[in-house]
Every structure is written in structure tokens, then in C-alpha cells.
Write a protein that binds this ligand. Sequence first.
Ligand code: SF4
Ligand code: SF4
Length: 309
Amino acid sequence: MMYEFRVSEMAEEFGVHRNTVRNWINSGTLRAKEGPGRKYLMKFEDYHSLCEKFGRKPQIRPSSYADPEKSQKYQDNLLYQEPLEIGVQEKTIYSDARWADTCLTCGTCGSACPIAGVDGLDPRKILRMAVLGMEDELRDTNWPWKCTMCGKCENACPAGVEIMALMRRLRGLREREQVPGPIHKGVVTCLERGNNLGIPKDDFIHLCEALGEELEEEGLAGFKTPIDMVGARVMVTVNSKEPFAEPDDMKYWWRIFHAAGESWTIPSENWEGVNWGLFSGDDESMKTVVGRIVDNMRRLKCEVLLLPE
Ligand code: SF4
Ligand code: SF4
């Protein structure tokens, strides 16, 4: 049994732009053939699959009820609604309304991008490839990793396309072992040891205490580094590169807190304030690291969170 439909009808039914439906057809994602009168034909089963993918009830009625068994199946299906699957990540990117429906192909994003042309990077091209369902090709390019996430393209875009969200999604498509540079290793280290560089808890506490003693010697009378101080107003997280390579930078912060008479503390564990999951496109790890900070806020009963970046 076949269905006949117009692009505009399909677009309205699925809440997407007409161009999106055309892109589905052109890329073969929607298996439909062009018929007379600017209409298309598709199999009933394919229409059902599309409805299932969108978690919605079929709206288009069969054009023919010649097959009573299929007709009954259709009627039964009208009474059945697929439950919404919360938290399931969409595996394809072409249908996401944050970019697929809204891009005008104007190219303003490319004009604003400070690295447009580097290795052929062009945000408009990336958008068009995404809309055409070329996610495998995009996953394998280095463009999402060249992108600095500066947001200039998105600020300039007249249609409000969320280009940076697309870049993060593309980064997230890579096998984790294929993520370039050290950022994924940093994420794993943070999950296993509480900070991106794997600094042991005892070493961190010892360093913080020693820096506090130095500050006291430098004139901050009675200064003692407040580690795990329950009830402090501000909880301070730390960029692990500071204790690792630039510990004096921490003292500059602490001098300001002292001069301002601020009530503050540093957690002894899970103090990392730079979430590399943001950069690697790893939402699950990012959530875990954020959750640990929230746990620390609750444990120490702090009101304000200070992130170093
Ligand atoms: S500026 Fe926006 S609308 Fe124009 S091509 Fe870029 S993403 Fe599309
Ligand atoms: S966010 Fe990426 S694509 Fe957009 S302007 Fe910056 S570098 Fe270019």
C-alpha cells in the first residue's frame, strides 16, 4: 500500500521545514518517489517507521483500503501511542530543529568565523552537510576540533542557528579513543582521580597548606587555607594547571578573598573546575563532574560557587 503526499503536508505533520523534507528525500533518508502533480509516493511501512522515529501517531490515512488486513493494522495503530523515550540521544543530526529547519544558507557565519578557510572549514558548509545527513563525513573531519567554539558565527547568524551546539554534537560522535589531543585523557583522569591531571588528594592538601603558610609569612596575619570548611559562603574550584604548574596564581585569588573579608573554602576532593567534557563533546562525563561539584556544595553548605574559567 502506497501513500501519496505533498512536501508541505509532510513538513506540517512532522513540524519541520519543507526544505528538511526535501533533504530527507534527496539523501534517501525518506524513501519516496516523485509522482505527478508535485506529489510523492512512499510505502505505508516507511511512513510508519518515520512516525515511530518521531514518537508520534500516524496522521496520514491510507489512500486505499483494498487490503483489509493492513487497514485493520492501521486502525489498531491509531489507538496505540509509542511512549516518549526520555534521555535517548538522537543518533542522526539532520532532523534537529536547532539547525536543520532554520539555516538560510546566507553565509554570514562564514564571514564572521576567524578560522574560516583553515583546512577548508566553513560553518555554512558544515551546516549544509549536517542537514543532508552527512554525519559520518563530518565526524571524520577535523573541523569540529579546529573550531575554537568562539561563537562569532552564532552571534552573526540572522536565523539564530545554534552552530556551537552542532559542533559539540559532532565532537560527541567520535569514538572516544579517536578524540584528538589530551582532552579525553583528561576527562578519564578526572573521572578516576577527581581532577584532570590526576593530582593526589594528599599532595593537593599539602600544597594548599604550604601556600597558606607562605601567605602568612608574606604579611597576611593568621592566614590559614580553608580546606573543607563547612558553612563558608563561597566554594572555590581550581584549574588543575595551577596546583600542577602555577601554584602562585592561587595565592593571588586568596589575597583578594582575604582583603575582601570573604568567607570561602576549597574542597579537598573533586575540586576540578575545568570540565573537559565540555570540549570533548562528552555530555555524560560532563554531568558526572558537575554532579560532584554540586555534591561538594551540599556537603560544605556553601551558597556561591566560583569557577576559575
Ligand atoms: S549565518 Fe546562519 S543562516 Fe546563514 S548560513 Fe550560517 S547558519 Fe545558515
Ligand atoms: S565557533 Fe567555530 S565555526 Fe563558529 S566562528 Fe568560532 S571558530 Fe568559527
